[in-house]
Design a protein around this ligand. Structure first.
Ligand code: XUL
Ligand code: CO
Length: 433
């Protein structure tokens, strides 16, 4: 045991009227809703990078946090893992996620970095044996080190493609070894800063082939989890090739991967792409590629990816409603890709941030479930499209443009506009949040 979280109790459910800061008011893991425990609906995960690796820097200033595990030695990486699993025990989150760079010190050669990763994977495997948290997904950091400044799989230098391949291979092996349920690829530098020096067609082709190789490797090693792409339109790159769900789907179709790869959708990334979170989830579901979510929120003034903890359950309820309509998670979960503000220095801030985030999501889930069970919204939606149930309407879709048009000429079809009833449905929605 470390003393990092000394005097912080295990967080338990005390109900909505509790005034105890170190308690859940809404997240009651064992409460059964829609036939399964809340914990299984939400599948919470903690992001190693924000909570344990990030030092509090922003573009105008460096480290603000002081943590006893900051440094490049393997012993410190193990201390970091000790504290991480202590936090998972306190919160009771069933999952965590990491990049290689979050858990191991970088070596001076690839071989040394890989040895460090393997040593830490063994250490994490031991931790998993004596604690409850499991790996939701693993991923490779292909964006922080300067070697990746012009991209990984899309780098103009083929040696970097090779380095990216070696890195992803090592991370997929690590994910398999730890029983990870998914493997994520987020292409922070897979894009460009300026078209003036970019062969866009070549970069896109290389990214497609790389992803096919990742899928081939998944089968080679017998990894049973899902491969997920995490869309984001920009930042750090001016333009990223995995812009949003629609763009990713077009890319997957192009490379025959739409049955092999799903998406990990992040709230802040959806907003940056000019969409809502629920739009991205609904679209992914309709395309059959919904996988998992990165839960956070952006600040509405700053216009960049602030990765804050969610605190507005009404907003998140719309997202959870879409997840329910998708039939819930399969291998996915709710990963808090969220970080403290850089002035939140204390160990208890880390705990309280997650308590608030988990409660916000639980409350959102309950609202979404209540509306789902009420059924009025789905009834209204079904009624709006009821005309398409008629054989005449269906025939139009299997016939030609001529045949569809014929109904107007033969039957004198003269449509009467109907109300979309948006405000009525918004009022209905407000009754549940
Ligand atoms: C960056 C981001 C990443 C991915 C994993 O915006 O969301 O942390 O989730 O690489
Ligand atoms: Co993310």
């Amino acid at each position: 045991m470390t003393d990092f979280f000394a005097n912080i109790p295990t967080i338990t459910y005390e109900g909505p009227s509790s005034t105890n800061e170190f308690a859940f008011r809404h997240y009651n893991p064992d409460e059964v809703i829609l036939g399964k425990p809340m914990a299984e609906h939400l599948r919470f995960s903690v992001a190693y990078w924000h909570s344990f690796a990030w030092q509090g820097g922003d573009p105008f200033g460096g480290q603000t946090f002081e943590r006893p595990w900051f440094g490049d030695e393997i012993g410190l990486a193990k201390l970091k893992a000790d504290v991480a699993f202590e936090m998972f025990d306190i919160l009771g989150n069933p999952f965590y996620c990491f990049h290689d760079a979050d858990v191991r010190p970088e070596g001076t050669t690839f071989a040394q970095s890989q040895r460090n990763l393997e040593e830490m994977v063994d250490y994490l495997a031991e931790k998993q044996q004596s604690h409850k948290a499991r790996l939701l997904w693993g991923t490779a950091n292909l964006f922080s080190h300067r070697r990746f400044m012009s991209g990984a799989a899309t780098n103009p230098d083929p040696d970097i493609y090779a380095y990216a391949a070696a890195t992803v291979q090592a991370n997929m092996d690590a994910t398999l070894k730890l029983g990870g349920q998914n493997y994520v690829l987020w292409g922070g530098r897979e894009g460009y800063e300026t078209l003036l020096n970019t062969d866009l067609a070549a970069e896109r082709a290389h990214a497609g082939r790389f992803l096919q190789q990742v899928v081939e490797y998944k089968y080679k090693i017998g990894f049973k989890g899902a491969i997920l792409i995490e869309p984001k339109p920009q930042e750090p790159s001016k333009h990223q090739y995995d812009y949003d769900v629609a763009t990713v789907y077009g890319f997957l179709k192009d490379f025959d991967l739409e049955k092999e790869v799903q998406v990990n959708i992040e709230q802040g990334h959806a907003i940056l792409a000019g969409h809502s979170f629920e739009h991205e989830i609904a679209l992914a579901t309709s395309l059959g590629i919904f996988g998992s979510i990165d839960m956070n929120r952006n600040d509405y003034q700053s216009g960049w990816d602030t990765d804050q903890f969610p605190n507005n359950h009404g907003e998140k309820a719309l997202a959870f409603y879409e997840i329910l309509r998708a039939g819930g998670y399969k291998t996915g979960g709710t990963n808090f890709d969220a970080k403290l503000r850089r002035q939140s220095l204390d160990p208890q801030d880390l705990i309280l941030a997650h308590v608030g985030g988990m409660d916000t999501c639980a409350r959102a889930l309950k609202a979404a479930v209540a509306l789902f069970e009420d059924g009025a919204l789905e009834e209204a939606r079904a009624k709006r499209y009821a005309g398409w149930k008629s054989p005449e309407a269906k025939a139009m879709l299997s016939g030609s443009l001529d045949q569809a048009a014929q109904r107007v000429r033969d039957q004198g079809v003269n449509p009467v506009p109907k109300s979309g009833g948006q405000e009525r449905l918004e009022n209905l929605w407000n009754r549940f949040i």
